[in-house]
Design a protein around this ligand. Structure first.
Ligand code: GLA
Length: 383
């Protein structure tokens, strides 16, 4: 009887979905199981624009919430070793939370994620001065980067999962960057329990482009403590050492024999006191072994208490591993958790910081008429 009711409900939802502008469909013939779905809800307004919250759910119950402001991932519910779902990213229950001074929780950052020294670069013989918003440097696209604008969004159909495409036109001169840039970010939650993020960017004038997602993960749930006992493996034999303002020196240094070495699974906190940053912790770009071409293995993290596992794959040559050093407990997020130092970690797949000023690094300059393509996969499991 209840199965019959579920069946009816699913049919009704499928019939109504197009009218509601929502895609919803059952992926499984056993409708007593959860099925793939996309739900869209209003999530407030900012700058006079309505913000929507999409929830993508797969057949195993994994749910990813993404709002149109900043194309921001606001929640990821993933099962622990007992199958119990728990939220593994930092964030807020409502839009208001995100309108505080928030360090890019879950957002897409760009036009150029990470730092550009002194906000300056020269391209095609012309000099550009961008906003300086991180000490002496430009960080994550400037004062109003991709994380702070409201994106358009629409569900797209994919074979094995559910997907929403977010798009944004970054106009010529926005935040000082040249060229009208059309940016598309598609989040696909697959039946393989992976969240795939595909980035496609085109421009009508040469411009640097380096977009990434800035989720802060805490695999045991931020309300249960910090990430220092969570284990990390990075598929990187080298990293890009930085100066005191976190600009790479240009060197690709071996991690072997240093606290930077995560080639074997290691608790994040095991050597934090030895990392000489201020405040202390990791905030470094690693050079992914074999990265920068086809999808390559980047990282694996595990939560000892929950058994949750996160695996990261990317086409990007680098990953910024950030251990949440600047969090100081003033932001209080979901489930009332105060986000203290080391409450979450980020794995920002990307081109190396300041590449626009470092000719030896792989270039992220997108030429007019060319298409920038990048893919990163976050895969969830538990053991
Ligand atoms: C990136 C940077 C960090 C910090 C965070 C946001 O990860 O590399 O230095 O700015 O964003 O606080």
């Amino acid at each position: 009887m209840s199965r019959f009711r579920n069946h009816l409900a699913a049919l009704l939802l499928a019939a109504l979905a197009p009218l509601l502008g929502v895609r919803a469909f059952a992926a499984d013939s056993d409708l007593s199981m959860k099925s793939n779905s996309i739900d869209k809800q209003p999530f407030g307004a900012v700058d006079g624009k309505a913000v929507d919250l999409y929830t993508l759910t797969n057949a195993h119950g994994i749910a990813v919430k993404i709002m149109t402001r900043g194309a921001t991932v606001t929640a990821i519910d993933a099962p622990d070793r007992q199958g119990k779902l728990g939220d593994i990213v930092l964030g807020f229950d409502d839009l208001k939370g995100y309108l505080q001074k928030v360090p890019y929780f879950g957002a897409i950052v760009g036009r150029v994620g990470n730092r550009i020294a002194k906000g300056r670069f020269t391209l095609d013989g012309k000099s550009y001065q961008l906003a300086v918003n991180d000490g002496p440097n430009h960080l994550h696209g400037g004062l109003k980067g991709f994380d702070k604008v409201v994106w358009d969004a629409a569900p797209v159909s994919v074979r094995a999962g559910v997907a929403v495409k977010f798009s944004y036109l970054s106009k010529d001169g926005e935040e000082g960057y040249p060229g009208n840039c059309r940016v598309e970010v598609t989040y696909t939650l697959g039946d393989d329990d992976a969240l795939k993020i595909d980035y496609v960017v085109t421009t009508d004038a040469d411009t640097p482009v380096n977009v990434t997602n800035h989720s802060y993960f805490n695999l045991d749930g931020a309300e249960n403590g910090g990430i220092l006992d969570q284990s990390l493996t990075l598929n990187a034999d080298r990293y890009t050492p930085v100066d005191s303002t976190l600009i790479p020196t240009g060197e690709l240094a071996p991690v072997a024999g240093t606290p930077m070495d995560f080639t074997q699974p290691t608790p994040i906190g095991a050597r934090v006191p030895l990392v000489g940053d201020n405040p202390k912790g990791y905030d470094h770009n690693y050079v992914v072994n074999g990265g920068g071409g086809k999808l390559a293995f980047v990282a694996r993290a595990t939560g000892p208490r929950s058994g949750r596992i996160l695996e990261v794959y990317s086409t990007e040559p680098g990953v910024q591993f950030y251990s949440g050093n600047f969090l100081d407990g003033t932001l209080v997020g979901k489930k009332g958790a105060a986000y203290r130092q080391y409450s979450g970690f980020c794995l920002e797949t990307q081109h190396f910081p300041d590449s626009v000023n470092q000719p030896a690094f792989p270039s992220y300059v997108l030429k007019a008429g060319d298409t920038y393509k990048s893919t990163t996969v976050f895969k969830f499991s538990a053991k």
